[in-house]
Design a binder for this molecule. Structure first.
Ligand SMILES: NC(=O)c1ccc[n+]([C@@H]2O[C@H](COP(=O)([O-])OP(=O)(O)OC[C@H]3O[C@@H](n4cnc5c(N)ncnc54)[C@H](O)[C@@H]3O)[C@@H](O)[C@H]2O)c1
Length: 356
């Protein structure tokens, strides 16, 4: 798909950016935003969720090279100023399914990619980390200085990748780590396996949110457009502002209890009831401080909150007449889709495509 890249604008056009995971939930929004901001951008993605496209948004996106990050060469990365690395197995259940594979893609794969990027002369490496590194943290607010307490293989991989990619930093190579809160909001490459999007889909299709748990755990949330803003700010910031830095991505007002998220979604979808349970299910609970990104990353601010995100999703569901079948379709739930690809032998047990 060479040749689809938009002509670059004067401001950013001489900055070449490669986005791995460009066909994922975040990548699909980020690449559109980068094109709109005038960057010369390319995508790279193995295409696990390519048959899931929830709605048409009319935005331009760059061409995407079909490549597994574990098989990317130094040559593939030559000529880019910045690599934004999103291509990982992207949630806890996925990584619990096959821990070894998770470490292969999310830890060793990401570190090897960063090393090749450095060798190729890439100057900046933006790594999509996660606030889930804080794990079981209770009500105390965590900052970038707090000791991580990862509870899952997914979160442990993020901690290890941050540590090992930091080692590569020098005067020619600047990694920066964005610890994103849990994302929400509309993306054509939708994910219904993340909390707000899932609750919104349930509210729309079943008109009833029934939680078995008491919904007390804390979870910071951030809109996918605001994550994209953070990435763009990290690309544009002066080197000294980002070199080897970790930033929590979100806003202080968006530390929610799961129960509050369910109630707000319920209020946004007319006729939807919400029942809260009593069991204490999930030990992952964390509140996060977003003071550093607010104060130190030039230009960053969150423009969305949970209510606005739920309303956005309701408008999308209305506009496409979303059915149960669409809500439950495999590509929109990452674990379901990968299981399907393995079961149907489209990919092997290491998640490499088998060619027909
Ligand atoms: N969505 C969130 O709530 C959230 C929160 C914090 C951090 N993150 C991180 O942001 C990144 C992107 O998340 P997302 O929600 O867009 O996930 P996603 O699953 O929607 O997208 C990941 C993309 O990467 C691709 N991919 C996976 N493994 C690959 C490989 N080995 N080679 C090439 N491509 C590969 C997939 O095909 C997919 O298109 C991930 O690293 C994730 O851990 C996401």
């Amino acid at each position: 798909m060479e040749g689809l890249v938009k002509p670059a604008s004067a401001a950013n056009g001489d900055r070449r950016v490669l986005v791995t995971g460009a066909e994922g939930y975040i990548g699909c929004i980020l690449t559109a935003r980068l094109v709109e901001a005038g960057f010369a951008v390319d995508g790279l993605d193995t295409g696990f969720y390519q048959n899931g496209w929830l709605f048409h948004d009319g935005r331009d996106r760059p061409g995407v090279r079909c490549r597994d990050t574990r098989r990317v060469s130094v040559d593939d990365l030559a000529g880019y100023d910045t690599v934004v690395h999103l291509a990982e197995l992207s949630n806890d259940p996925l990584c619990e399914l096959n821990e070894d594979l998770s470490f292969d893609v999310n830890h060793r794969g990401s570190v090897a990619l960063a090393r090749k990027a450095k060798e190729a002369g890439v100057k900046r490496f933006v790594y999509a980390s996660s606030c889930s590194v804080y794990g079981a943290a209770g009500a105390e607010e965590k900052t970038e200085e707090s000791e991580p307490n990862p509870q899952t293989a997914y979160a442990r991989c993020k901690v290890l990748s941050e540590r090992d990619i930091t080692e590569l930093a020098d005067d020619k190579f600047s990694p920066v780590f964005l610890r994103n809160a849990t994302a929400f909001g509309a993306s054509p490459r939708m994910r219904f396996d993340i909390v707000l999007n899932n609750l919104a889909g349930i509210a729309w299709t079943m008109k009833c949110i029934k939680m078995t748990s008491d919904g007390t755990p804390w979870r910071p949330l951030v809109h996918v457009e605001d994550i994209s803003t953070a990435v763009i700010c990290a690309i544009e910031a002066p080197t000294e502002a980002i070199h080897g830095q970790i930033f929590n991505v979100g806003s202080d007002e968006q530390n929610y209890r799961i129960r509050e998220i369910a109630e707000t979604v319920g209020e946004t979808f007319p006729g939807c009831s919400v029942e809260i349970g009593s069991s204490v299910g999930d030990n992952r609970s964390y509140r996060v401080s977003f003071a550093k990104i607010r104060d130190k990353l030039p230009g960053f601010a969150c423009r969305w909150n949970v209510r606005a995100g739920a309303e956005q999703l309701r408008r999308v569901f209305e506009s496409i007449g979303m059915t149960d079948a669409v809500f439950n379709a495999a590509p929109f739930t990452r674990l379901k889709q990968l299981r399907h690809l393995v079961q149907t032998q489209q990919v092997d047990n290491s998640l490499f495509w088998r060619t027909a």
